[in-house]
Design a protein around this ligand. Structure first.
Ligand code: NAD
Length: 490
């Protein structure tokens, strides 16, 4: 049997083949890591300011290529033009943010030398070397950029493995970024399926930043354990939205529809469960259904809100969650069937759901919004936390102070009050999950710190011929030590 050497990209709305990319072998991946490693020291030797200047030029390149980016992402995902522009916006805002803060964040930091007064102590942040980035398909322009750009700003070289479903977008990122890098070898792209990703995990990088499903994340962690390669895990979610009795129902329903159905619900932080208190459940649900019925689904990237799902496989998961919910007593208030084009699935609202249903337990990752009535907010918080996931969550109330108290009780990496998803547009805020949603953080100062090694440096200031606590030990010194302990810490 002949070896398959290329992958096709499919437009999920039209099912057309829109391009091909090579499947890189493990030997290709090793070679890419080696090229990156050779190029990295010269890149790291530049000042942070100089690397940030490169990012400033990259900002311009992105703006000049907006149409090309929109066309490529649309071809591979069918998402509306507005949503691709949001991806572009978020990348540019991230660059703007790090241009303002990265030089200070990466500068050496003096620390107190404590009781060891005659020493100078500080922390240095050094690039790790080569960072491997493995990305999903759902935000194919934005999500690879977050770890790639922070890794580069910190002085690393990067090898990116984009999703096999959006390799053309991955290649485009490579073409654009290489235009501004002094040595294009600092950034390598390898394309292929999970096997190419698995080859990158064992190719001797200094860190793997993975964004994708929990199942793949576990495999990567197991494979990385052998060489003790550190990993960042940005995994799935089952994000809850809590609607309190005093919520602005107009805003909450509009927010629920947007955060559940944008990108056809294929967002790790999408609203996947709503808990609404009884007294407003009927009014809230009616508004959600009306707003869902007003959504336009189709192929034209300019005049729709909802495109198609990425693949038949993804759509089947949605169909099985909806079918099993119906079988266990859920009502379909709108949607609940395939859309008319490609892999489309209609935005679907479910009521009468219970916590046992897969649609309330497992990541659906599609345009389905199950709404569950609860007697009070305490019950909502308890149910919201009863999940193996902990990515993001939101609370909707007119009393934002109370919203913040509820936010503190939710087990999630991110909580929004009266909004959802918006946190990713604030690059100063660290992003990441807890529990099976992963660990490690992207964005924020924490995101930069993921890409460096901290080296602690101590410098002696006095240059004595010997320190009093060195050999030989004397009775006088031992006595002094004992008195010092009692004096300082009693
Ligand atoms: P996936 O896990 O199937 O694939 C992600 C990437 O991993 C792809 O590039 C794939 O080729 C690669 N891969 C697959 N098997 C591999 C292996 N054994 N070793 C190394 N790499 C391998 O995920 P997906 O379907 O592309 O993306 C959807 C998932 O991603 C959802 O679960 C979603 O919640 C999650 N996600 C999380 C975040 C976040 O930031 N937390 C963001 C977006 C998506």
């Amino acid at each position: 049997m002949a070896t398959v050497t290329h992958l096709s990209s499919i437009n999920p709305a039209t099912l057309e083949n829109v391009g091909e990319v090579p499947i890189h072998t493990p030997a290709d991946v090793l070679a890419a890591v080696q090229r990156a490693r050779l190029a990295q020291p010269a890149w790291a030797a530049l000042s942070v300011q100089r690397r940030l200047h490169t990012m400033r030029r990259y900002q311009t390149v992105i703006v000049e290529n907006i149409d090309r980016i929109v066309e490529t992402v649309w071809k591979e995902t069918s998402k509306p033009r507005t949503e691709v522009l949001v991806e572009i916006f978020a990348v540019l805002e991230m660059i703007r943010h790090y241009r303002n803060v990265a030089a200070k964040a990466l500068a050496p930091r003096k620390v107190s030398s404590g009781i060891v007064l005659h020493k100078r102590a500080y922390k240095r942040y050094e690039p790790m070397g080569v960072i491997g980035v493995i990305s999903p398909w759902n935000y194919p322009f934005l999500l690879p950029h977050t770890p790639v750009l922070t890794a580069l700003i910190a002085g690393n070289a990067v090898v990116l493995k984009p999703s096999e479903l959006t390799s053309l977008t991955g290649q485009l990122i490579g073409q654009l970024l290489k235009q501004v890098l002094p040595d294009p070898e600092v950034f390598q792209i390898v394309t292929g399926t999970g096997e190419t990703g698995a080859a990158l995990v064992t190719a001797g990088t200094d860190k793997i930043c993975f964004t994708g499903s929990v199942a793949t994340g576990k495999k990567i962690m197991a494979a990385a354990a052998d060489s003790l390669t550190p990993v960042v895990m940005e995994l799935g979610g089952k994000d809850p939205m809590i609607v309190c009795a005093d919520a602005d129902l107009e805003r909450a329903s509009a927010g629920a529809v947007w955060a559940a159905f944008s990108n056809s619900g294929q967002t790790c932080m999408a609203v996947e469960r709503v808990y609404v208190v009884d007294s407003v459940a009927e009014a809230f649900t009616a508004k959600v259904v009306a707003k869902t019925n007003a959504l336009r689904q189709g192929v034209d990237s300019g005049d729709i809100e909802i495109g198609a799902m990425i693949s038949e496989r993804q759509r089947k998961i949605v169909e099985s969650h909806v079918a099993s919910a119906i079988q266990q007593g859920a009502q379909v208030l709108t949607g609940g069937r395939e859309g008319t084009n490609g892999f489309a699935y209609e935005p679907t609202v479910l009521s009468d759901v219970t916590s046992e249903m897969p649609v309330m337990q497992e990541e659906t990752f599609g345009p389905v919004l199950p709404i569950m009535r609860v007697p009070d907010v305490q019950t909502a918080v308890r149910l919201a936390n009863e999940t193996p996931f902990g990515l993001t969550a939101s609370v909707w109330t007119r009393d934002t102070g109370r919203g913040e108290i509820i936010a503190a009780q939710l087990n999630a990496g991110v909580v929004c009050v009266n909004d959802h998803l918006v946190n990713y547009g604030i690059p100063a805020l660290p992003f990441g999950g807890i529990k099976e949603s992963g660990f490690g953080r992207l964005h924020g100062e924490e995101g930069l710190m993921e890409m460096v090694r901290v080296k602690s440096v101590v410098v002696d200031r006095l240059g004595l011929s010997r320190e009093p606590y060195w050999f030989p030990y004397t009775r006088q010194m031992t006595g002094l030590l004992e008195q010092a302990i009692k004096f300082l810490y009693r």
